[in-house]
Design a protein around this ligand. Structure first.
Ligand code: GTP
Ligand code: SPV
Ligand code: MN
Length: 587
């Protein structure tokens, strides 16, 4: 590893003095370094080697049982002004929080090795990519960062002598939930994370850098940093159209990003560019272009199977890390939904487990970390420096009721309102109660680094900058029927909805206006072979007046929280929706 970057060296020196590690290791990102770290973790029990014949290059890890998901209540945006963080974030004064965090970090790496992890978010050759440095005392985090980002010497080379890098300091501390804080200092582009070793809390390139810090940079520089998958759909004629979709955590991004079109869609191919985060900018052609800042998938394991997501399964078969799944007696990972349960296994807590055990074998937020290049449908454009041009934005959430299967916004500003009003039932991706409906604008509630009112304003402004802005849609794969079962088959069958979206973008199919947006006209959505009949589709597309009157109340309460800072246009959209709904109600 080599660098002449004086600012970087000085910062690492200062952090070394603060945390007093026994050793400092600068990561070069090589395979040899990765293998050495894995070997060391297998030796000390941090990792278990899986059956290498069946799971080549794969390893298994159990995190502390109290450290299994993002901790939103312990995540802070420490901007100079409280209002800049907004009601959507926890805020603390930066000087106060710095002092508190420095106290926690003082001497915390004694007896440990400090890893200096240079990483590049985005293709190394892209002008839109950004470099960060994560200092961590976790070898587990270090190997995960190598899968999830372009890590090591290549990132240092890209950085050169520039001082423009995000500074991330991470320690697992004692994994004590009472001494756990994930803090962001937007003005100085710094992240300090203490007391967790899991996912978005600890792999700082992902949610902390590529979303919370980057969303602020994007606002300042006129681009977008979003919690979105990027998917290319190639028609039998060989034309590829790209869409971005924003769904909250554990609501289907990874699955949609690598879907297999149903048998009826002969000649169609779906290409995965990204499964979690998109950075978008206007191109010289006036279209919005997206890059995936990541290089790997940190995917939800439960529910992933040959049937639901064969491409994810193919991706995780080699060179992957499994965290908090179950482990079979013959050293294979297992999780609910993968297939028949093993007769005997060890559960995610390390306890003996059999199919008769009442608790789940895998934690609901157990995950695989896999190189994106493993994916058989990884887009050839994954490393394209300019990214891919986006034709549609799709917002969504997990709603048992209210939100129809699909609708299209009337125009950009209405689309921004639709994105802003997205709501979803909470999942196991964050600690807290599961299944409660909460507003999750743009699927960014946990990830927007600044005041949502300003963020909506930024989105509204983006729409004025080009005639070629993407069209905006909303979907819901999770509507339930009278028996409480999912009414839509989902997964690969979601292609049918995507086809409608593409046809709308091309002006090839009619839609019917409802008060909330335009839904497919009768016969406009291809159901052939789906197992869903026309009557069931009518139910899936139904916009219920009573439910939407309730919804409207929730939207008003939400907007009010932001006071005068909320753009007037959002209120205009609210009033227009209220009027459309009452016009229908009066009929
Ligand atoms: P994060 O990585 O947390 O951001 O999640 P994600 O949005 O990528 O969610 P993912 O694709 O991993 O899906 C989460 C869960 O939802 C899994 O258990 C899936 O099996 C399930 N799921 C995904 N798509 C569908 C769908 O179309 N229908 C149904 N019923 N379930 C789905
Ligand atoms: C999410 O929760 O949206 C994830 C997983 O993608 S984590 O990296 O933990 O944030
Ligand atoms: Mn995510």
């Amino acid at each position: 590893m080599t660098t002449t970057n004086a600012a970087l060296k000085a910062w690492v020196d200062t952090m070394t003095q603060l945390t007093t590690p026994d050793n400092v290791h600068w990561c070069d990102g090589s395979q040899g370094e990765y293998d050495t770290l894995i070997k060391q973790m297998v030796a000390d029990g941090t990792m278990t080697e899986l059956d290498q014949d069946k799971w080549s290059g794969c390893y298994y890890h159990r995190s502390s049982p109290n450290d299994v998901a993002r901790v939103e209540h312990l995540t802070f945006i420490c901007s100079e002004n409280k209002d800049d963080a907004g009601p959507n974030n926890n805020w603390e004064d930066p000087a106060k929080m710095k002092a508190k965090m420095n106290g926690l970090f003082e001497g915390c790496m004694q007896g440990r090795t400090m890893y200096v992890v240079p990483y590049c978010m985005g293709p190394v050759g892209s002008p839109y990519s950004k470099v960060g440095i994560e200092i961590t005392d976790s070898p587990y985090v270090t190997v995960n960062m190598r899968i999830m980002t372009r890590m090591g010497q290549q990132a240092l080379d890209k950085l050169g002598d520039s001082t423009d890098f995000v500074r991330g300091l991470h320690s697992t501390g004692e994994l004590d939930p009472d001494r756990r804080f994930i803090c962001h200092f937007p003005e100085t582009r710094e992240i300090m994370s203490f007391g967790s070793g899991y996912g978005g809390n600890a792999l700082l390139g992902k949610k902390c850098h590529a979303l919370r810090i980057a969303s602020i940079q994007a606002r300042d520089e006129g681009w977008l940093a979003e919690h979105m998958l990027i998917l290319g759909l190639e028609s039998p004629e060989g034309e590829t159209t790209y869409v971005c979709a924003a769904f909250p955590s554990a609501c289907g991004k990874t699955n949609l990003a690598m879907l297999i079109p149903p048998a009826e869609y002969k000649g169609w191919k779906a290409w995965c560019v990204g499964d979690d985060i998109a950075w978008l900018r206007w191109g010289p052609d006036g279209r919005l272009w997206a890059i995936n800042p990541e290089a790997g998938f940190f995917g939800v394991a439960p529910g992933t199977s040959e049937k639901t997501n064969p491409m994810a399964l193919a991706s995780l078969k080699t060179n992957s890390i499994f965290t908090n799944t179950a482990l079979t007696e013959d050293n294979q990972p297992w999780w609910e939904g993968l297939g028949p349960p093993p007769a005997k296994a060890t559960d995610w807590k390390g306890n003996a487990w059999t199919p008769a055990t009442e608790t789940a074998a895998a934690h609901p937020n157990s995950r695989f970390t896999s190189p994106a290049k493993n994916c058989p449908v990884a887009s050839p454009e994954m490393d394209a420096p300019e990214g891919v041009p986006i034709s549609a934005f799709i917002f969504g959430g997990r709603r048992a009721r209210t939100a129809p299967l699909v609708f299209e916004a009337f125009d950009w500003n209405h689309g921004v309102y639709v994105g802003a009003m997205a709501a979803s039932e909470t999942t196991a991706a964050a600690t807290g109660k599961v299944g409660v409906v909460r507003r999750d604008p743009f699927a960014m509630k946990p990830f927007c680094g600044y005041n949502f009112a300003d963020y909506f304003g930024h989105w509204l402004k983006m729409g004025t900058q080009s005639e070629k802005a993407p069209k905006i849609f909303h979907v819901n794969w999770f509507r339930t029927d009278a028996n409480g079962k999912f009414a839509w088959p989902g997964f690969g069958q979601n292609m049918r909805v995507l086809e409608w979206v593409l046809k709308r973008c091309a002006g090839e199919v009619d839609a019917v206006d409802t008060p909330i947006g335009a839904v497919p006209a009768s016969g406009g959505l291809n159901l052939q072979g789906s197992g869903v009949d026309a009557a069931q589709l009518d139910d899936l597309l139904d916009v219920d007046s009573d439910e939407w009157q309730e919804e409207l109340k929730g939207q008003k309460e939400f907007l009010e929280q932001y006071g005068d800072r909320m753009p007037k246009e959002m209120w205009n959209q609210y009033h227009a929706l209220a009027e459309r709904l009452s016009a229908v109600g009066a009929r």
